[in-house]
Design a binder for this molecule. Structure first.
Ligand SMILES: [Fe+2]
Length: 503
C-alpha cells in the first residue's frame, strides 16, 4: 500500500477531549491521505467497478458551548474499485465555513444545540439561519460530479468523485436557490439523469421543489406552501411524481417567535405526504393524510397502476421522553433508534381517491435504507438498512429486506465494530436487482483500524467476501453513495470487469 499525505487541517480540539461524539469511534481525522493498491483480505471481484463515497461529520474545532455531532465539518472518504484492486482518498470539503474557521483558528458559528444568537458572525446558512454549512450530511452523484449537502439546507459542493478535490459550489447556470439552499437529500434519477430536490425554511411558503436536468440547468422550481415552518429531511420520487412531506414534528411556533428552536412532535396532527407531478405546478400538489409519525428517510417509491407505493421508516416514538440519564444521554436521545423505533413501513397513495393506506413491513428496527440505484423511482424488491447500537448513533449490522416475501437476512458486526450506510453496487453486467455487492466502511475499535467491507448482496449473512484495509481508523460516519464507473468521467472500466463470470 502506497500512502501519500495530501494535507493536514488545523485543529483546536482539546488533547484530552471527552465529548462522546468526538472520541472513540467518532475520533475525527485531521490528515488527508491518498493510498493506492490497498491490501485486501479475500478477493475483490473484477466486476465491482466504481467508487464508494461516504460523507462524515468530522470536527476540527470545539463548539462555542455544546457540540452536536451534526456540526462537524464535512470529510468525504472514497474507496474506489477497479481491476480487482482498491484505492482510498479522504479530503475535507472546502466549504466557505471550513475555510473561514481554518483562517480564524476557532469556531465562528453556533451549532445545532446552541443558540444562533451566540454565533460570533451574523452570516450563515441553514433553514434556521446563522449556522455553518458544513456540507457533511449526504453525498450524491449528478452530471459526473459528487455533490455534498448539509442537513438543514445549504449549498451543494461539487467534488471530483475520484480525487475528492472540491470543485466549487453547484450554480446550475446561475439559478441555484442560494438564499434558501437545498436540503440534505437531493435525489438522482439514474434513468433520466435528473436531480430532484426540495428546500425548506422559516419564511413562507416554507418549502420549494425543483428539478435540475442532466446538463446542470435548473429547469423547474415551484413553491410548496406549508401551514408553517417544518423540518422535512428527505424526499422520494417515481417515474412521474415527486413526493415531499409535512410531518407533525416541527419547531414550536411560540419559541420560534422569540428566536428559539425547539422541535416537538404533535401526535394529534396527521402526517401529510405531498405528491407533485415531476414538472407540475403548485396547484397540482395532492396532499395525502396518514398516521402521525416522523420519517427521517424514505427508501424508495414507485407507481403501481393508479397507486403510488412509498416505503420509508415509520418512527414509533418521534419524541422520546428525556428520562433520567446524563446530560448527553438526554440531549442525544434523538439519535437513538432504539428509543424512536423506526421500522420499515409502506404507504399506498391512491391518486383517484386521494386516500392513503399504510402497513408495517417488519418488526425489525432499522434505518438508513439503500436500494440498487438503478431501481430508484421504479419498483424495487430489496432494501438494505442499518441496525443501531442502543443509546448511540452507531450502526452495528445490516438487514436485507425482501419486500416481496417479507424475509429478512441479517449480518451483525462484532461488538465494537461500526459500519456506515451500506451502498449497493450492481456488478458490471448485472442481471438482477440484488446481483451485485454491498459496500460499507467500518471503524473497528477492537483492532484500532478501519476496513471497507464488500459483501455479495445475494449472500449477506455469509459475511464479507473482501476486507479492504484502510490507512487509518476513520471516524464513524453515515450517508454514502455508490458511484458506478460509467457515471464517472474519464473512468476506465476494464474489459475484465465487463466479461467477468460470476462464480
Ligand atoms: Fe439523512
Amino acid at each position: 500500500m502506497d500512502i501519500e499525505i495530501l494535507g493536514r487541517a488545523l485543529t483546536t480540539l482539546p488533547e484530552d477531549d471527552d465529548h462522546p461524539y468526538r472520541t472513540g469511534p467518532w475520533r475525527p481525522q485531521t490528515t488527508e491521505r491518498k493510498a493506492d493498491d490497498l491490501e485486501v483480505i479475500g478477493d475483490l471481484p473484477l466486476d465491482l467497478d466504481g467508487v464508494y463515497l461516504r460523507n462524515t461529520e468530522n470536527p476540527v474545532h470545539p463548539a462555542i458551548e455544546i457540540y452536536h455531532p451534526f456540526d462537524g465539518d464535512g470529510m468525504v472518504h472514497a474507496v474506489g474499485f477497479r481491476d480487482g484492486k482498491a484505492f482510498y482518498r479522504n479530503r475535507f470539503i472546502r466549504t466557505d465555513g471550513f475555510l473561514a474557521e481554518q483562517e480564524a483558528g476557532q469556531p465562528l458559528w453556533a451549532g445545532l444545540a446552541e443558540n444562533p444568537a451566540k454565533s460570533p458572525t451574523q452570516t450563515g446558512w441553514g433553514a434556521r439561519g446563522r449556522m455553518k454549512d458544513a456540507s457533511s450530511t449526504d453525498v450524491v452523484m449528478h452530471n459526473g460530479v459528487a455533490l455534498t449537502s448539509f442537513y438543514q439546507c445549504g449549498d451543494l459542493y461539487r467534488l471530483n468523485p475520484t480525487t475528492l478535490e472540491t470543485l466549487g459550489k453547484a450554480t446550475w447556470n446561475g439559478d441555484f436557490p442560494s438564499a434558501v439552499g437545498v436540503s440534505a437529500h437531493p435525489k438522482l434519477d439514474e434513468r433520466t439523469g435528473e436531480l430532484l430536490f426540495f428546500n425548506y425554511g422559516t419564511d413562507a411558503p416554507y418549502m420549494h421543489y425543483g428539478v435540475v436536468d442532466p446538463h446542470d440547468s435548473l429547469v423547474h422550481y415551484i413553491d410548496v406552501p406549508l401551514p408553517g415552518p417544518r423540518l422535512p429531511h428527505d424526499m422520494a420520487f417515481t417515474e412521474n411524481y415527486a413526493i415531499v412531506n409535512d410531518m407533525p414534528l416541527f419547531w414550536e411556533p411560540e419559541a420560534l417567535a422569540v428566536g428559539k428552536y425547539a422541535a416537538r412532535f404533535h401526535p394529534e396532527i396527521p402526517s401529510r405526504i405531498g405528491v407533485i407531478p415531476r414538472r407540475g405546478q403548485t396547484a397540482e400538489i395532492t396532499w395525502f393524510e396518514a398516521d402521525p409519525t416522523y420519517v427521517l428517510h424514505w427508501v424508495n417509491a414507485y407507481e403501481q397502476g393508479r397507486e403510488i407505493v412509498l416505503d420509508g421508516f415509520f418512527q414509533h416514538d418521534p419524541e422520546p421522553p428525556a428520562g433520567n440519564g446524563t446530560f448527553y444521554q438526554r440531549m442525544f436521545r434523538f439519535l437513538d433508534n432504539e428509543l424512536m423505533g423506526p421500522k420499515l413501513h409502506r404507504w399506498r397513495l391512491n391518486l383517484d381517491t386521494g386516500l392513503a393506506k399504510e402497513e408495517p413491513l417488519t418488526d425489525s428496527t432499522s434505518e438508513f435504507g439503500m436500494i440498487n440505484g438503478t431501481h430508484a423511482g421504479r419498483k424495487h424488491r430489496y432494501s438494505y438498512s442499518a441496525t443501531t447500537v442502543p443509546g448511540w448513533f452507531l450502526f452495528n449490522g445490516i438487514i436485507k429486506h425482501d419486500a416481496e416475501t417479507g424475509v429478512e437476512e441479517k449480518y451483525t458486526l462484532d461488538e465494537g465494530v461500526y459500519a456506515s450506510e451500506t451502498a449497493m453496487a450492481p456488478r458490471v453486467g448485472s442481471t438482477g436487482e440484488d446481483d451485485g455487492y454491498l459496500v460499507t466502511i467500518v471503524s473497528d475499535m477492537n483492532r484500532d483500524l478501519s476496513e471497507c467491507l464488500v459483501f455479495d448482496a445475494r449472500t449477506l449473512a455469509d459475511g464479507p467476501i473482501a476486507r479492504v484495509q484502510l490507512p487509518e481508523r476513520v471516524s464513524s460516519g453515515t450517508h454514502s453513495t455508490w458511484a458506478p464507473g460509467y457515471q464517472i468521467p474519464d473512468w476506465r472500466t476494464s474489459e475484465d470487469a465487463a466479461t467477468a463470470i460470476r462464480m
